[in-house]
Write a protein that binds this ligand. Sequence first.
Ligand code: GDD
Ligand code: MG
Length: 372
Amino acid sequence: MEAAVGAPKAVILVGGEGTRLRPLTLGTHKSMVPVLNRPFLEHLLEHLKEHGIQEVVLALRHLHHQLLDYFGDGSAFGIALHYVVEDSPLGTAGAVKNAGHFLDDTCFVINGDIYTDLDLTAMLEFHRQRGAMATIALTHVEDVSSYGVVEIGVGSRVRRFLEKPHPSQTSAQTINAGTYILEPQVLDLVPPGQPYMFETGLFPALLSAGWPLFGHPSSCYWIDIGTPQRYLSLNHHLLHLRQSAAGHSQSHSIWSDDGCYVHPTAQVVGPILMGEGCRIGAGARVEGPSILGVGCSVEPGARVVGSILWAQARVEAGAVVEKSVLARGCCVGSRAHTTSGCVLGDETSVPPGSRLEPGTLVWPETPPEKLS
Ligand code: GDD
Ligand code: MG
């Protein structure tokens, strides 16, 4: 696919290991985790396309073949995709420098784990009006400790950037929302071929050199899907959005693909999304907001509440799955119970009759005593 001349390009940073999203990311690239039954990155690409971006560079490392196999050159998704694979982690700014041969003009850089409805067109206008060398999208959070705090001064110019500060260091609640607009010259400040970060390297360097670095505030929806709780929240949020867009009542918000079967005595209370070939057995109950991937089964008398099941997950007779995430091919044994915040990695089996305490993370190699 050829992109139109003059349209800005974007680099998406997808080279992190997704450690905090384990065990979901043990076998799945962080940007491929399903959101509404489609890879997360597909939603992100759609958002970029809506703002006229037609060419994207994916800067990544491990499991890159998963993205390549699904997205290919992007033509099936209406966007031109390039892949720049790092042998060893180059850090956020190092990864963009490494993709520099694609970047000859103003470009977007996006953390690949952010879901937002940020108005990128308005942000680009903001950047151009101020003659900025770099603009950082800003959002507001209560607890800034796992983010980069951006303090802004007169005319939205950045005064200070503090990555993951201790509460004693700042009282600001405005954070780096992980979307930047850069002029290509700023990449001259990034040392080639070695790890270098925007957050701890380039932004502080731009500030001390007095380059025009601006913060673009907005009140858009924004979430970093980097933890299982936030991943679950995003899916719930999008299901509720879909429900209100359709003007449905809760109980009618059920979307199912071909070949799904719901037993006449089963109860399905929306919002629920079901992929192809799901089966809900006699007397089972599935309560929204929940998502079932392709080929999931909820057996007789079982209950699924506020959960996400990836493809081919099975909840056996009488089991309860509550506000949990079950990755591909998991099986919750009969009468077992996964409680709020439990997360099961691919192909995990929970023994029949067992109970997982809130927030338990399990995967096939988990010691059996944790599962009793
Ligand atoms: N290509 C490449 N190479 N990508 C990388 C590398 C690397 O060496 N290291 C990290 N990334 C990617 C990750 O895949 C992710 O998409 C993005 O860069 C940010 O990394 P995270 O590990 O998710 O960072 P964070 O969430 O702790 O903090 C960052 O995002 C916050 C917003 O969610 C920072 O940018 C914070 O300042 C920011 O507030
Ligand atoms: Mg993150």
